[in-house]
Design a protein around this ligand. Structure first.
Ligand SMILES: [Zn+2]
Length: 137
């Protein structure tokens, strides 16, 4: 099966990340992050709100008719607030698992650091963090 990896966006930056297990075992790796300026965050958030409302109103032809526009509006505003807080997008990375020494690929996620990751080989639960990334981007 051919892999369908999308090319990285032009503003993607490489960062060093840490994969740390509860037993104080820490491994280093790298990840690509796409940083958003305040204007880009606002654009992404408003675009999500608009799409949710449009999809909600498209669902009005399917019974029960009134549920879809209401759900679209609610989901749109919740998603808009969440996207306004996202300062970066984790595009994927790679670490070596400190427990089993296998190379572990971490898929794209919109979670912010630190987040949990389970090793696909040994199921060790670790925390992925980025020590070089400051909170006030
Ligand atoms: Zn492992």
């Amino acid at each position: 099966m051919a892999s369908k990896e999308k090319p990285l966006p032009a503003n993607a930056q490489e960062h060093a990340i840490q994969y740390s297990l509860p037993e104080e075992k820490i491994a280093q790796g790298f990840a690509h992050l796409q940083h958003f300026s305040p204007a880009e965050r606002s654009t992404r958030a408003n675009s999500f709100l608009l799409k949710s409302i449009i999809f909600g109103f498209c669902g009005i032809i399917v019974p029960p008719h009134i549920i879809y526009p209401i759900a679209g509006i609610i989901v749109g505003f919740i998603g808009q607030a969440a996207r306004k807080r996202e300062k970066y997008l984790f595009l994927g990375g790679s670490v070596t698992c400190p427990a089993c020494s296998s190379t572990e690929k971490i898929p794209k996620t919109n979670e912010q650091f630190p987040f949990l990751h389970f090793c696909s080989q040994c199921s060790a639960r670790g925390e992925v963090s980025c020590p070089t990334l400051s909170d006030n981007l």
